[in-house]
Design a protein around this ligand. Structure first.
Ligand code: NAG
Ligand code: NAG
Ligand code: NAG
Ligand code: NAG
Length: 176
């Protein structure tokens, strides 16, 4: 797939995700290098049938962190989770310096930036967190509906600092 094609796919997938009924079903955070960073917490909370949220906090131990890449890929569950349509790597520091340069990532980032402390330019120090990110909010942001299969999905984020994969966050969702 060409780069432009991939970007279009991502846009369609992201648009649909926030446009349909989305529900978080689980979140799993794994530190791959506990001397570099580790999670203080990472959980899904169901307040009631309609209000669920995820929170996660990752403490950084070798700061300031000046070089970060994030890659994220979507998986859909068939028999086990299989790669599905999108797969993208972003230089986080370059992106944060000029978010408008990457509209697709910005669109995605906008769905959780205000629930996090990630919206600032590099470097990163202290801790990274996302607090009470709810699907209610994501659903609320929806403006366009595009056809996309219902089912169980997983988004995997790899957090790569100085070219070493340091942590993996897997967010499980159901689209209906
Ligand atoms: C679910 O909990 C939220 C937050 O406490 C509340 O605002 C909402 O009204 C509740 N919804 C239902 C259906 O109880
Ligand atoms: C994503 O793309 C990279 C580079 O093209 C590839 O190595 C990797 O296996 C892909 N991952 C998924 C989940 O498709
Ligand atoms: C993301 O990075 C990890 C670690 O370098 C790699 O194993 C994985 O294939 C990458 N995925 C994508 C989507 O590029
Ligand atoms: C990030 O912060 C800037 C400056 O406060 C703000 O203008 C922008 O809308 C924020 N971006 C997102 C995606 O929330």
């Amino acid at each position: 797939m060409s780069h432009a094609g991939g970007v279009l796919f991502l846009l369609i997938v992201v648009s649909y995700e926030i446009a349909s009924k989305v529900e978080f079903t689980n979140i799993v955070c794994t530190s791959l290098d506990k001397e570099f960073s580790d999670f203080e917490y990472c959980y899904l909370k169901s307040v009631n049938r309609t209000y669920k949220y995820v929170s996660a906090k990752c403490n950084l131990y070798q700061t300031p962190v000046k070089k970060v890449k994030v890659n994220f890929s979507l998986y859909k569950r068939f028999n086990g989770y299989r790669p599905f349509m999108y797969n993208i790597t972003v230089d986080a520091c370059r992106f944060l310096k000029n978010p408008k340069s990457n509209p697709v990532t910005l669109f995605f980032f906008s769905s959780f930036a205000s629930f996090s402390n990630l919206n600032h330019s590099c470097p990163f120090s202290g801790a990274l967190f996302v607090e009470k990110l709810s699907t209610e909010f994501i659903n609320h942001q929806a403006t366009k509906v595009l056809p996309f299969p219902e089912g169980d999905y997983m988004i995997e984020f790899n957090w790569i600092a100085y070219d070493i994969n340091r942590a993996v966050v897997k967010l499980y969702l159901t689209l209906s």
